[in-house]
Design a protein around this ligand. Sequence first.
Ligand code: NAI
Ligand code: MG
Length: 360
Amino acid sequence: MTHKIAVLPGDGIGTEIVAEAVKVLNVLELPLEMETAPVGGAAYEVAGHPLPESTLKLAQDSDAILFGAVGDWKYDTLERRLRPEQAILGLRKALGLFANFRPAICYEQLVGASSLKPELIAGLDILIIRELTGDIYFGQPRGRRVATDGHFPGAEEAFDTMRYSRPEIERIAHVAFQAARKRSKKVTSVDKANVLETFQFWKDVVTEVHQQYPDVELEHMYVDNAAMQLVKAPKKFDVLFTGNMFGDILSDEAAMLTGSIGMLPSASLNANGQGLYEPSHGSAPDIAGKGVANPLATILSAAMMLRFSLNQPEAADRIESAVRAVLAAGLRTPDIWSEGTTRVGTREMGDAVVAAITGK
Ligand code: NAI
Ligand code: MG
């Protein structure tokens, strides 16, 4: 069976890093059919919209999407619906991508490159799962008005609504417990049940769903404590899952434990196993076109795509082993360079991963 992949490089370093991931995918000798389409600012330039109909259709008709990054300062003055970043929101919405996976792995070869204590991060391998479609980001009603009550009646105020429905919590909880079954069978559900009704409900529903996974250990943790534990003893976590807003913040915090944002892949999945795979970073306009961007986050995102959407776990393992091998050989793009290692550019890093896979 041929796997259809929509390749959406986007803007800035997006084109450079996606080219390396495609190169890596091509040497695996898998039945992959890759088709490229413009997205973000690049699409605005050619089609007047960051997510043209043809790009959206390609994404919908594919088993998976390999995405680079979108955005550039030069589009800051465009009206919101035409800005590059709307493309990613549009894809999430159109495809129903509700589960965001962000592994935070500290590769042993990079421990020295981090400013954090080695004993804290050496061997770190945690998986953060963020719910992506609900919560205060999308809850209605929201807006601005004149207050009729509260501490300052008559004053101008703004409000958002935090909400989660039972099915939304159930489906993300299933995803987390199932992910834990493939790892160390420990899940931490992060909430703020002591203060928020939404997250008391979250905790209740998660506890119910857990009954179906007696082999998985479940722990509940308040978000403020989780934020502290992530920097105090991050290795105590295995799978950490939470709502949209807490997940946004905690996943960026966890990213900083691993060295460089240039190393961090991500996946956003829907109920059919279809997914969008992209590096956790943006389009880095400051280094775009210089050939120095780290392609490993995108290459590792391609590995996640093989594992989660295309059912090719061995191929995913081959990519991940190759990444470890090039790091062990001392190759470093500037963002992860440290004394005594070899500085390479984007293309050389991609070539080295290819060579580690093919053995040539
Ligand atoms: P950014 O992640 O693009 O860059 C932050 C810093 O990290 C920069 O100094 C950059 O050079 C560096 N960096 C990022 N990726 C790197 C890589 N692979 N190798 C080496 N260094 C790397 O975030 P920033 O600067 O806040 O945003 C730039 C643009 O990207 C904006 O237009 C923003 O909206 C967009 N963006 C897009 C995202 C997406 O497409 N999903 C996500 C985040 C930001
Ligand atoms: Mg964020």
